[in-house]
Design a protein around this ligand. Sequence first.
Ligand SMILES: [Fe+2]
Ligand SMILES: [Fe+2]
Length: 281
Amino acid sequence: MSFGENDQQKAEMKQTQPVVEGGDKEEKKEIASYWGVPPSRVTKEDGAEWKWNCFRPWETYYADLSIDLKKHHVPATFLDKMAYWTVKALRLPTDLFFQRRYGCRAMMLETVAAVPGMVGGMLLHCKSLRRFEHSGGWIKTLLDEAENERMHLMTFMEVAKPRWYERALVITVQGVFLNAYFLGYIISPKFAHRMVGYLEEEAIHSYTEFLKELDKGNIENVPAPAIAVDYWRLPPNATLRDVVMVVRADEAHHRDVNHFASDIHYQGRELKEAPAPIGYH
Ligand SMILES: [Fe+2]
Ligand SMILES: [Fe+2]
C-alpha cells in the first residue's frame, strides 16, 4: 500500500496560518501548535483526502468472511458452564428489551463488547510492568479487539440513534459491567475470556438474525456508512448488509481469540507462553 503524506515543512508552515484550500475561497483555520506537532495530511490511494482521524488507511482491513461462524465451545467444566449460563441469562433481558430492533440492539451491545478487551489489555499491561516481562503480544491483541468493537459502535451509531433512556442505560451498564469484568479478570482470567467467547457466540447469532430481518425487508438495507466503507475497505456501493457481514466475521474472530486465551489458562499456562494472534486488524 502506498499512501501519500505531504512533507513536514509544508505542514509546519501551515501550523499558524489560515489555510485556503481549493478554489472555493473557504478559509480553514487550523489549531496552532507551539509544540511541533504538525497536523497530519493523509490521502487515500486515489489521492482523495483521508477524512478519519480515529483510524488511518494502514489500519483498515478486509474482514475474513470465510471464518467458521458455527464453531462452539461445548462447556465442559463447572467454570465453562457458569460462563455459558451467565451469558445466556444476560441474553434474556436483552431479548425482551430490544425485541427485533436489531440496529439499536447492535449499537447498544457494542458499548458493552468494547469493554473486556480494554480491561484485559490494561491488566496485562500492568502485569507486564510489575513483573518486568513480555506479554507475548496479548496486550496488543486485546486492545485491538477493544478498538475494533468501538469501531463497530462508531459504525452502528450512524444508522441507529440512541434515545435518552438508552444513553442512561449505557452509563449504568458500563458502571456495573466494567467493574465486574475487572474483578472477574483478576480472580479468574480463564473464566473472563471464556465468558467473552460465549458473548461473541451470541453476537454472531444476533447478527445472523439481523441479516435475516434485512433479507426479509423488515429492516431497510440502507447504504453503508462512509466510515464502514473506509474501515473494512468495502466497495463504494456497499450496503448495511455488507457491514453486518463483516462485523459478524469480526465477532467470530473475537470468539476464537477469547476461547483460545481461556484454553491457554486451562492448560495451566500463562497467555505470554502462546504467541497472540496479532495482525488480524
Ligand atoms: Fe462487535
Ligand atoms: Fe466482538
